[in-house]
Design a protein around this ligand. Structure first.
Ligand code: 5AD
Ligand code: SF4
Length: 451
């Protein structure tokens, strides 16, 4: 088992070496990169912000769609300049693409020295040490237990206000389009005591927002403790600590979870609930385990209990056999729910997934693009409408820092996870302020501080 490797058996090759890490894909990967930096720092590696300084480059990769992988191949090609300049430079591919392609990565791309899957990060010190002696290495063993429970991640997001806390890993759902069960393995939940000590430590260090992360965050279960219990424990650390979570599966969005959110003002009024499609026929082919009506009933339950909750989603256009009627069902679902925002994709066939093995990717590319564009256009209008309803209202905002566009402005999020920008002399990151919304775009609320 990779997690049994004892540090003393690995030559300490990291001392003084500069480690640069680039992260693609979902928030889980961002959380994992922080774990990886923590593991390697125990062996003397130092985190470098500048790639030109690097002795080791790690790319934490995503396989969810083909274009995510194509980007990584392009990036590996660009790293060749650095390797030419510094032949001792080591390059590692980690994460989902490492898991999916295994040895093929090393065979296809000679500049790759190390390949490590999402459950093999404790083995990175050994893999890098071997690679420094010229032995390229692969560890893509998946585990049923690994949660990196006791590792204290080194925060790479420098705002010092919000942090990711990984609480479970893997996915047992087997949606037919998805490669994640093959790259991330089976579901397993992290010991709540280690989660609580990580959260308490973050709060003591000035962090004011934690996002509990998992591929299927709301199927968290550790002994008697389910996701609502865990969220309540985290929320009770302090009323000044905001709690978010991602990503949830509609099938596990229980009434208890809704009640838990409703009864804790510091659990944010924002639920990301990927629908994928508005057509029951498509949902069945996708193996989503719910119907359109069941999904809409969950939405109604959320709206009843938490009227000010923002609901966001993921949607896929052009899955196998999708008809114009199915597509129209997705558009009408979007209108019915009134999503605050959405991540929207066209279907990309993934070799290991069930659909690639058993179904035909039969919607022409041009048609997928047309449907996706219609979905995007509708969502832009829905986001704008949704934001317009906030104009003239007050919201509590947690300040994250200066606005990227204009240094005179600060930015921060509302509980609904909407970004607000406002002039804010005298305030700093981590402060809570009440703002009044004067105007908006589809992406941002424009506001001023009232208190
Ligand atoms: N093609 C397109 N989108 C996909 N997603 C997952 N797999 C695929 C695929 N094969 C989308 C889903 C998921 C999000 C993370 O990525 O919408 O919720
Ligand atoms: Fe991409 Fe999914 Fe892996 Fe996240 S878990 S990096 S979205 S393939």
């Amino acid at each position: 088992m990779t997690q049994n490797i004892k540090p003393e058996f690995i030559p300490n090759r990291g001392a003084g070496k500069q480690l640069y890490i680039e992260t693609y894909g979902c928030q889980m990967n961002r959380g994992d990169s922080e774990v990886v930096v923590s593991i390697l720092s125990e062996y003397g590696y130092q985190y470098a912000e500048d790639i030109a300084q690097a002795d080791v480059i790690l790319v934490n990769t995503c396989s969810v769609r083909d274009n995510a992988e194509q980007r990584i191949w392009g990036r590996l090609n660009e790293f060749k300049i650095h390797k030419k300049r510094k032949p001792s430079l080591l390059i590692g591919v980690i994460g989902c693409m490492a898991e999916r392609l295994k040895d093929e990565l090393i065979e296809r791309e000679p500049i790759v020295d190390v390949v490590a899957g999402p459950d093999a990060y404790r083995d990175l010190p050994r893999l890098l040490s071997d690679a420094a002696s010229g032995a390229r290495g692969v560890n893509v063993m998946l585990s049923r237990e690994e949660t990196y429970a006791e590792i204290s991640p080194i925060r790479l997001d420098k705002n010092g206000v919000s942090a990711f806390v990984s609480i479970m890993r893997g996915c047992d759902n087997m949606c037919s389009y998805c490669v994640v069960p093959f790259t991330r393995g089976r579901e397993r939940s992290r010991d709540p005591q280690t989660i609580m000590s990580e959260v308490k430590d973050l709060f003591a260090r000035g962090y004011r927002e934690v996002t509990l992360l998992g591929q299927n965050v709301n199927s968290y279960k550790y002994g008697e403790i389910g996701f609502p219990e865990l969220m309540a424990m985290v929320a009770e650390v302090s009323p000044l600590l905001r709690v978010r979570f991602a990503t949830s599966h509609p099938k596990d969005l229980s009434d208890r979870l809704i009640e838990c959110i409703a009864s804790h003002p510091n659990i944010c009024r924002a639920i990301h609930l990927p629908a994928q499609s508005g057509s029951t026929r498509m949902l069945e082919l996708m193996n989503r385990k719910y119907t359109r009506q069941w999904y809409l009933d969950r939405i109604a339950a959320i709206k009843r209990a938490i009227p000010d909750c923002a609901i966001t989603t993921d949607l896929i256009a052009g899955f196998c056999t999708e008809t114009e009627d199915d597509h129209q069902d997705t558009l009408s679902l979007m209108n019915e729910v009134g999503y605050a925002s959405a991540f929207m994709f066209k279907y990309s066939e993934r070799p290991q997934a069930y659909a690639a093995r058993k179904m035909v990717d039969d919607i022409p590319e041009q048609e997928k693009i047309r449907r996706l564009n219609e979905i995007i256009e509708l969502q832009t209008n829905l986001s704008l409408e949704n934001n317009r309803r906030d104009v003239g209202k007050e919201f509590e905002v947690l300040i994250e820092g200066e606005s990227k566009r204009d240094k005179e402005y600060l930015c921060g999020r509302t509980s609904q996870n909407k970004m607000a920008v406002f002039p804010g002399k005298g305030y700093k990151a981590g402060d809570y302020v009440k703002v009044y919304v004067d105007d908006c775009s589809a992406a941002t609320l424009i506001a001023h501080i009232v208190e």
